[in-house]
Design a protein around this ligand. Structure first.
Ligand SMILES: NC(=O)C1=CN([C@@H]2O[C@H](COP(=O)(O)OP(=O)(O)OC[C@H]3O[C@@H](n4cnc5c(N)ncnc54)[C@H](OP(=O)(O)O)[C@@H]3O)[C@@H](O)[C@H]2O)C=CC1
Ligand SMILES: N[C@@H](CCO)C(=O)O
Length: 429
């Protein structure tokens, strides 16, 4: 703290979130904070880039690791991103030097959270990452603190703003995937490498963090099953809509007798379902457990302002008092085993979508292939505005196992009338 009793912060990373944070610190008098703070030093790659903020009077440091251990800071704020490299090195250095750390970086917390939390506990400093999951929605704090006496059984929801923006914009504007992703990047929702968003990895990082907080799971990212929206195209969105459904990228962490299962996948919901109503970069998280029942929180999951406000809330937490274990459960007690969610799961409805060439008998051979695998058809929708690629066709199955649906899709792919590898998506009951 300075002589004027101000908390001294050092910010590494002046991109979307870092710039938003500088603006909030400059505007702190209008906020309800428990004390005052001052930016002592900043770091980014380019010292000369115009970021639209006034950095005069603030020390510049090229190396984030040096910034992290500087004598003139109490809190190191890491807003660079990435699971390794300067983000990880600087956070480790700060914790070892006895500095509090605030970060929005889910990749580094998901992949190295256990060792970072251990360092924080050993050095009796805060490691806070509320902005890392669901942006402006304070779900980390709620699960860690407010729900610590709830025996949580399941945490699920929409955890990636970019994917939700892509899925809902493609539906409402009819645009294809690439221009909508470019727009999400321009709006500051996407990661600097947007592959992390569209592949489902970013949501998987967040789901893993929630598993540790909610279940005391020993983090193991290799156990998370991940698929993203990069394989979804406009015709999937259109045909599912015509059948009364919306596609959402959903993350889920469930605890049962065998351990904690965590997965991320695109799922179809009835248009009236609450998650189908979540549009744009909004996130929604439902926590279920006893004796609570369930609680759902929704709000802006990405973007400069919401994310910076979550970072600022964590800095304010440092002003409030001494450090507690970063995951709620002390690292030495993170005992719950994570298991890979393999296996068939219960019978459910599946959405199978392909394209068939416009030949007589094509539909008959498709239904025969499904019947051979014991998959019966509940609904079928064909789009006759076929174009040269063949007619898109979508099927809702009666409840069957994943194995049966995937075997049927594999048989359909072998048909000489099939011109597009069938896509198989789970339909939520
Ligand atoms: N954007 C969002 O909506 C959200 C982002 N987050 C997380 O917040 C973090 C920051 O995201 P965001 O602001 O969008 O990212 P940006 O890509 O916009 O900004 C990254 C910043 O890090 C700086 N940087 C990169 N490498 C180095 C380095 N070696 N040394 C010093 N600085 C470096 C860049 O410098 P320069 O500008 O000079 O290139 C840039 O200022 C990430 O972990 C992200 O996952 C979390 C929630 C929401
Ligand atoms: N790229 C992330 C940022 C918020 O974590 C998203 O789109 O959700």
């Amino acid at each position: 703290m300075t002589e004027q009793n101000k908390l001294r912060i050092g910010i590494a990373g002046l991109g979307n979130v870092g710039v938003g944070l500088v603006k909030l610190v400059n505007d702190q008098e209008s906020l309800r904070l428990p004390g005052e703070m001052v930016i002592s030093a900043v770091s980014a790659r380019s010292k000369t880039r115009d970021r639209g903020i006034d950095l005069s009077g603030i020390r510049w440091e090229d190396d984030p690791v040096k910034l992290a251990i500087s004598d003139d800071i109490d809190v190191y704020v890491e807003l660079i991103g990435g699971s390794d490299g300067p983000a990880r090195l600087s956070i480790e250095a700060a914790l070892k030097a006895g500095k509090h750390v605030v970060t929005a970086n889910k990749a580094v917390v998901a992949e190295h959270g256990e060792e970072l939390a251990r360092l924080a506990e050993e050095n009796n400093v805060h490691l806070l990452f509320d902005a890392a999951v669901a942006g402006g929605v304070p779900i980390v704090r709620v699960i860690r603190d407010s729900l610590s006496s709830v025996n949580i059984s399941r945490v699920s929801g929409i955890l990636n703003g970019t994917c939700n923006y892509i899925l809902s914009e493609m539906l409402t504007t009819g645009q294809e995937y690439s221009p909508v992703l470019a727009e999400a990047q321009k709006l500051g929702y996407a990661e600097s490498d947007p592959y992390l968003d569209v592949s489902g990895m970013d949501a998987a990082h967040k789901a893993l963090i929630l598993s540790v907080l909610a279940f005391g799971a020993k983090p193991d990212f290799s156990k998370v099953l991940v698929s993203g929206v990069d394989q979804i195209d406009g015709v999937d969105i259109l045909l599912s809509q015509k059948m009364g459904y919306r596609i959402r990228l959903v993350a889920e962490a469930v605890k049962n007798d065998s351990g904690v299962r965590c997965n991320v996948a695109p799922v179809l919901y009835k248009a009236e379902h609450p998650l189908a109503q979540i549009t744009g970069p909004t996130n929604a998280v439902m926590v279920e457990g006893e004796p609570l029942g369930s609680v759902t929180m929704a709000g802006p999951g990405a973007g400069e302002g919401p994310t910076a406000s979550a970072v600022m809330g964590d800095i304010a937490r440092v002003l409030q008092g001494p450090a507690t274990p970063p995951f709620g459960t002390p690292v030495a007690k993170l005992n719950e085993r994570m298991v890979r969610a393999v296996g068939d799961g219960p019978e459910t409805t599946w959405f199978i979508r392909t394209r068939l060439s416009d030949k007589s008998g094509a539909l008959a051979s498709l239904s025969k292939a499904l019947a051979v695998c014991d998959v019966s058809i509940d609904q079928m929708h064909q789009d006759s505005s076929a174009g040269q690629l063949g007619a898109p066709i979508a099927i809702m199955t009666h409840p069957c196992t994943r194995k049966a649906a995937e075997s049927a899709a594999a048989m359909v792919e072998e048909l000489d009338t099939c011109v597009d590898k069938p896509r198989v998506l789970r339909v939520e009951a």
